[in-house]
Design a protein around this ligand. Structure first.
Ligand code: ADP
Length: 501
């Protein structure tokens, strides 16, 4: 009797497994952190073998906690940190070097060269939906082929395979027999034509990447293969895969055009379903493929906030003015407002719609009466102001009005923040009762392909309503606050420009 779906949620700092029942309840979960390597300033690596070993050990732990039998599992679904690049030997299954993580900046110069060629940079954006950046897999693959001894020759001889983390996990789960990725992950490599749905020859040639390295690309919900019997003691269909942000969009049941989700994690990610239209952005949003069923390609617009919950971690770990993140809610509510204080957490620059990599964090409006609580409240409000900026931009670029936002991520548990978000953006904010939407998305994609759920309507029935936050702030107050934020951002940019002169 098939009753469960096993979701593998392979993140940047930890590997997690959540087992969901047919009515979408969490039956069991386990997680394990793994090592981050920083071999040079700005470089970030993971050991692919550790990614695999932690992921499989948490899966087995979650299965054993509830003594689940292998034949009770309908399917395995995967969601993963995106863009992270792994290359391994197809004969031995061993990686030829560490994984280059999405955050790693080692190939920034390679990308600067592309940016100088406006025609090619434009071609990349038009074809892949992405603004050329070291963040995506393309330049990371090129770096490995150029710098790991013997890699180029082996790649030309067809002995190497490339994969993002989904591909690596599926390869290992299937006992080294299936080399595949899904559309959402392919669309983050900066090598994939998001309209023609194939690897792009011109970009591959530019980076010197042989096509034999690349996985087959399939829908996010489909049976890619089966787990090797040695893995869970039986064959289980591996039936869903999607990058983490696209999985969250699916897990939030954002199936319709204009549906939007905002994740408040370490960073923030706003994604909007634009259905069959790959909306081209003029102001720095990314066009990407959303998770969908079979070959029914759906697109999304994506905007990111570099520092969201990380600003709260900074209050806790660096300034040491709070005990823990949840305490910020009570502290913020202990005061009426921020007493005119704005915190612009541009620790690593400002993203869309400002795009200033040289900007640095800025606090404005300090007076003698400023207390810790004002400061904490300003840090929370900054997440909402930044999200509002992205929501406005997305409405403008997509030409689609937004009436509500689905939220998730650790900081979405903060009720003060959610109410302020509703007030300042004048949108209804909807928080599901289970904020594990990323893993849920992977489970939905796999469960649908394996027949545990009939169709997407089935899913809407099983996610339970959480809480809706209704906008309640009067217009005058909202406009005054937004003006203050915009002035604070202007000051931040002015400071950045002065520092460069
Ligand atoms: P990630 O998946 O990026 O690691 P999570 O979704 O687990 O992040 O969210 C963790 C982030 O959310 C941390 O940066 C933390 O500071 C912040 N956070 C967690 N709970 C709260 C809360 N109640 N209020 C404000 N911020 C919070």
């Amino acid at each position: 009797m098939k009753k469960y779906v096993l979701a593998l949620d392979q993140g940047t700092t930890s590997s997690r497994c959540i087992i969901f029942s047919k009515n979408c309840e969490i039956v069991s979960k386990a997680h394990k952190e793994f090592t981050q390597y920083y071999p040079n300033p700005g470089w970030v690596e993971h050991d692919p073998m550790e990614i695999w070993s932690t992921q499989i050990s948490v899966a087995i732990e979650a299965i054993q906690q509830k003594q689940i039998e292998c034949d009770e599992i309908a399917a395995v679904g995967i969601t993963n940190q995106r863009e992270t690049t792994i290359i391994w030997d197809r004969n031995t299954g061993k990686p030829i070097c560490n994984a280059i993580v999405w955050q790693c900046r080692r190939t920034a110069k390679m990308i600067d060269a592309i940016k100088e060629d406006a025609e090619f940079a434009g071609y990349i954006q038009k074809t892949t939906g992405l603004i050329p950046d070291a963040y995506f897999s393309a330049s990371k693959i090129a770096w490995i082929l150029e710098n790991v001894p013997g890699a180029r020759e082996k790649a030309e001889a067809g002995e190497l395979l490339f994969g993002t983390v989904d591909t690596w996990l599926i390869w290992n789960l299937s006992g080294g027999t299936v080399h595949v990725t899904d559309y959402t992950n392919a669309s983050r490599t900066m090598l994939f034509d998001i309209r023609k749905l194939c690897w792009d020859k011109r970009i591959l040639e530019y980076f010197g990447i042989p096509v034999s390295l690349l996985p087959d690309v399939k829908p996010s919900s489909c049976v890619y293969g089966y787990t090797d019997e040695k893995v869970f003691g039986g064959k289980v269909p591996i039936a869903g895969a999607a990058g983490d942000q696209q999985a969250a969009l699916f897990g939030q049941c954002c199936f319709n055009k204009g549906d939007i989700k905002n994740t408040y994690g370490t960073g923030g990610f706003l994604l909007m379903n634009t259905d069959k239209t790959p909306v081209e952005s003029k102001y720095g949003l990314l066009t990407t493929i959303a998770a969908s069923l079979e070959d029914n390609i759906t697109y999304a617009l994506e905007g990111s906030i570099f520092i969201a919950g990380a600003g709260i971690q900074w209050l806790r770990d660096e300034l040491k003015i709070i005990e823990d993140a949840p305490s910020t809610e009570e502290i913020a509510l202990s005061v009426e407002d921020t007493n005119g204080v704005y915190l612009v957490p541009a620790f690593t620059g400002l993203g869309a719609p400002y795009w200033n990599p040289y900007a640095r964090g800025c606090i404005v409006g300090l007076t003698r009466g400023c207390k810790r609580a004002h400061f904490v409240r300003a840090a929370l409000e900054a997440m909402a102001y930044q999200s509002r900026d992205l929501i406005e931009l997305m409405e403008k670029e997509s030409d689609m009005p937004i009436s509500s936002i689905n939220v998730d991520g650790g900081a979405s548990l903060n009720n003060f923040l959610m109410q302020f978000q509703a007030d300042i953006s004048e949108k209804v904010v909807i928080r599901p009762s289970c904020i594990e939407t990323t893993a849920m998305g992977a489970a939905f994609l796999a469960g649908l392909a394996a027949g545990l759920w009939k169709d997407r309507e089935d899913l809407k029935d099983c996610i339970s309503d959480g809480r809706a936050f209704m906008p309640a702030m009067d217009k005058e107050k909202r406009e005054k606050l937004i003006k203050g934020w915009e002035q604070a951002v202007d000051t931040t940019i002015y400071n950045a420009n002065c520092a460069r002169e």
